[in-house]
Design a protein around this ligand. Structure first.
Ligand code: ADP
Length: 259
């Protein structure tokens, strides 16, 4: 009897202490998150001024510049673009952490979106000498956050191009499928790229994790893309699954509820 009572008191006290001890930790986490959100928000304006300024110089004085300045300008434009992207990604993650990032659902034709995204990323693929194919149904109506789903496609396709050497091939397949008698959208991004070691597979969805830091940095990677992809998929109650063989290629499969 006594020992049960003692155990009970210990458990209750333990919980009480834990909750009390957690409070300042949670508070400092909140503050840190607010700080990240504020900092990324504040950085957006100067970075966008840099971006448009550099673009203007390129348009107006492009031919007056020396070869050196021309190359420097191009590098600066690239850096400013990736800074803008990084700040946008950080802001989004800070907002998802504090729960203020909402998703706004609407019905749209996912196949049309897939076609648009493929077309807009085609130039990048060609510059890397990688072939980009789209397979699948002509029309799939999806009820989801249009902006976020487009972002998800960009993240997966952008990675596929980044991590696939010249002469490689990327195939985006979109189709509907039944899972547990419910209609689902299946998105598959298959590449013939460098692949991912099995030790890295479970980590690639973590923030800032990059299996190949050099290659990732060279191609403007921050290690935030797949963390954002995972959030988008979770927010839609979907799943993502990766199969990869180092040196052969990777396939990312996303399943999303259609309605
Ligand atoms: P990054 O900005 O570095 O690409 P991501 O979060 O998008 O960050 O991806 C995390 C890591 O997962 C990458 O650094 C890379 O090592 C690995 N990765 C992602 N997609 C692929 C792919 N298609 N092929 C090989 N490795 C990949």
């Amino acid at each position: 009897g006594m020992s049960v009572l003692f155990l009970g008191v210990a458990i209750v006290t333990g919980q009480f202490l834990t909750r009390r001890a957690m409070k300042p930790i949670l508070r400092s986490y909140e503050l840190q998150n607010d700080f990240l959100a504020d900092a990324s928000h504040e950085l957006r304006t100067p970075i966008s001024i840099l971006n448009s300024g550099l673009e203007l110089i390129g348009m107006e004085d492009g031919d007056k510049l020396s070869a050196f300045s021309h190359e420097l300008l191009r590098d600066l434009q690239k850096e400013a673009k990736s800074a803008a992207k990084m700040v946008g990604d950080l802001l989004l993650l800070a907002r998802t952490d504090s729960g203020v990032q909402e998703i706004s659902m609407e019905t749209f034709d996912f196949s049309v979106m897939a076609g648009q995204v493929i077309r807009s990323i085609q130039g990048f693929a060609e510059s890397q000498q990688v072939r980009l194919n789209l397979h699948g149904q002509d029309s799939i109506m999806l009820h989801a956050d249009q902006e976020r789903i487009k972002q998800l496609l960009y993240i997966l396709l952008d990675n596929a191009v980044k991590y696939t050497p010249e002469q490689g091939e990327i195939t985006l397949t979109v189709k509907t499928t039944m899972v547990d008698y419910k209609p689902k959208l299946c998105i598959m991004v298959k590449d013939t790229g460098i692949g991912i070691e099995s030790a890295d597979l479970s980590q690639i969805f973590h923030r800032f994790y990059r299996a190949d830091k050099n290659r990732s940095r060279q191609s403007g990677g921050t290690g935030l893309g797949l963390a954002i992809a995972k959030w988008i998929i979770d927010a839609h109650r979907g799943t993502i699954h990766v199969e990869s063989v180092p040196g052969v290629g990777s396939t990312f499969t996303v399943i999303l509820p259609i309605k």
